[in-house]
Design a protein around this ligand. Structure first.
Ligand code: IPE
Ligand code: IPE
Ligand code: MG
Length: 246
């Protein structure tokens, strides 16, 4: 029996977050340039997005470019931006065909202007789609996001829109870039690295973490289904004890 058949569709995670890692090593293993790994990684994104939509995952968030990734060699940064632009433009029609909405989080204003424009039009183009929301984390870091939220709340207090006592989990969450998206129940990281690299730190407070040695360009929907089956075997206690859960 394949992993898909083992999934209990009544207990699916609503939101899956993925740190797509290992493109560079995948290319290097084959004696190719890192860029080849990034290009191949796009095929994995396509397969995973469709795999998610196929089984009924409502939100998929993928870490595509971190704030810290700006510190990579300029040629790699440029190649990644070009790849982002060409992928967005090539895939919008397929997103519409599959009824998938495109969304983005991160410091979007720091991206090249062409990227910003094409991303914006792809998001507008797919805004009415309802089957699944694909969020690209671009120039994203959780610490950046949390600081932005703190600044917005400080401004609201200064403008006397809210009192300090009204700052709580819910008003804080509302200032984050993920405000309309539920917290991920499952986070997958490929390539054997066991860290979260500044991704969704607030939102992952109670997320189940899944690590696989598979490099991102080799990751396909069957691997995703395997991660979901693993997730469904876990007991999520949220601080309680086993006996308190039904
Ligand atoms: C993930 O693959 C893609 C991005 C971070 C943009 P990497 O480029 O980090 O690949 P490795 O980790 O060096 O193998
Ligand atoms: C995390 O991968 C960021 C993305 C996948 C976009 P990195 O390859 O940048 O992470 P570190 O530096 O190994 O932690
Ligand atoms: Mg990496």
């Amino acid at each position: 029996m394949g992993f898909k058949e083992q999934i209990d569709v009544t207990r699916l995670p609503e939101h899956i977050a993925i740190i797509m890692d290992g493109n560079g090593r995948w290319a290097k293993n084959q004696g190719k340039f890192r860029h080849f790994g990034h290009e191949s990684g796009v095929l994995s994104v396509k397969d995973i997005v469709e795999g998610c939509a196929d089984i009924g995952i409502k939100y998929l968030t993928v870490y595509a470019f971190s704030t810290e990734n700006w510190n990579r060699p300029i040629e790699e940064v440029n190649a990644l931006m070009e790849l982002l632009i060409s992928t967005i433009n090539q895939e919008t029609a397929t997103l519409n065909k599959n009824n998938i909405r495109l969304n983005a989080i991160g410091d979007i204003s720091s991206l090249p202007q062409k990227c910003i424009d094409d991303l914006k039009s792809a998001m507008e183009n797919t805004a009415k789609n309802t089957r699944c929301t694909l969020t690209l984390a671009l120039s994203y870091s959780a610490k950046w996001e949390i600081i932005e939220a703190a600044k917005k709340l400080a401004q609201k207090v200064k403008d006397q829109e809210i009192n300090i006592d009204e700052i709580n989990e819910s008003t804080f969450s509302a200032q984050l870039t993920t405000t309309d998206i539920p917290d991920p129940e499952l986070m997958i990281r490929t390539s054997g690295e066991h860290r979260v690299s500044n991704f969704l730190l607030w939102q992952m407070a109670y997320t189940e973490l899944y690590f696989t040695d598979t490099l991102w360009p080799d990751f396909r929907r069957e691997d995703l289904f395997e991660a979901i089956v693993d997730y469904q075997k876990r007991e999520r206690r949220f601080g309680k004890i086993s006996e308190q859960l039904n």
